[in-house]
Design a binder for this molecule. Structure first.
Ligand code: 6PG
Length: 249
């Protein structure tokens, strides 16, 4: 991230967006493998990442020496539902990506939405401490892939629960403000401790919020996504034209 802020990539087509995003992710994985270690990625749910996962599966070539088999898959957040529930982020990632991509099941660390939320948040926090490298006693992801809601939330950190940006808990429990659904979520400090954070935001319904957040408008301070500023890592936004249409050209 340069001194003046994050990298912002805007694409006219979803194909262009997913091609570049896939290449960037694959290059990060290859760099980790060359240095002899695995790659720790945390994936968001929702409806947007599906276009990326479909492209990754479509573009997977057998001659790529199994890079995805060295990837360790974590989740950014999870709805407190069973893994086979239609709203499960694990089910979405499994259906659109993991079920179609050679990977190691030993490296899939799902948040257990079916468990008691606080207990699972504590378990997942401990898992992160045990599994991930750490800097200053905080786990470090190689890459955290985020979405952004129309209300400016990210992960499952909602505007009325900003304390989840600062808690010492690595994983905590959020509550969807409209549905009341409980959700497990990585917290702000973990996300901001990643080496790379990619936002993938598409659609015209995100354009207003995006302009406030990237334009650092007055309202921005009320949106959790505004507080994603990696401490030492790199922040990049990948947008389609619809989402970016109100940004200053
Ligand atoms: C979730 C996600 C959430 C998502 C945003 C955007 O569990 O829903 O992790 O944070 O990234 O809500 O959702 P869409 O991609 O569906 O717009």
């Amino acid at each position: 991230m340069s001194a003046e802020g994050p990298e912002v990539f805007t694409f006219r087509t979803k194909e262009g967006l997913t091609l570049m995003l896939t290449e960037k992710i694959q290059n990060l994985i290859r760099a980790a493998l060359i240095s002899g270690r695995g790659f720790n990625i945390a994936l968001s749910g929702g409806s947007t990442p599906g276009i990326l996962f479909e492209y990754i599966v479509k573009s997977y070539s057998k001659d790529d020496p199994g890079i995805w088999e060295k990837v360790h898959f974590y989740w950014v957040d999870e709805r407190c539902v069973p893994p086979d529930h239609p709203e499960s982020n694990y089910r979405m990632v499994n259906d659109t990506l993991l079920g179609k991509l050679p990977h190691s099941d030993n490296y899939v660390f799902r948040m257990r939405g079916e468990m008691e939320p606080q207990a699972e948040a504590a378990r997942y926090s401990q898992l992160l401490k045990e599994q991930l490298p750490s800097v200053n006693e905080l786990p470090v992801f190689d890459l955290v892939l985020l979405g952004m809601g129309k209300d400016g939330h990210t992960a499952s950190i909602f505007p009325d629960q900003m304390e989840l940006l600062y808690t010492d808990n690595l994983c905590d429990v959020g509550v969807h403000p409209e549905s009341g659904q409980q959700r497990l979520t990585l917290t702000g400090r973990v996300i901001n401790h990643a080496d790379n954070v990619f936002f993938l935001v598409t659609g015209k319904d995100k354009a207003t919020r995006l302009t406030e957040i990237l334009g650092r408008g007055k309202q921005a301070e009320t949106f959790p996504a505004s507080y994603i500023k990696p401490v030492h890592g790199k922040l990049s936004w990948f947008l389609d034209d619809d989402a970016a249409k109100l940004l200053q050209k």
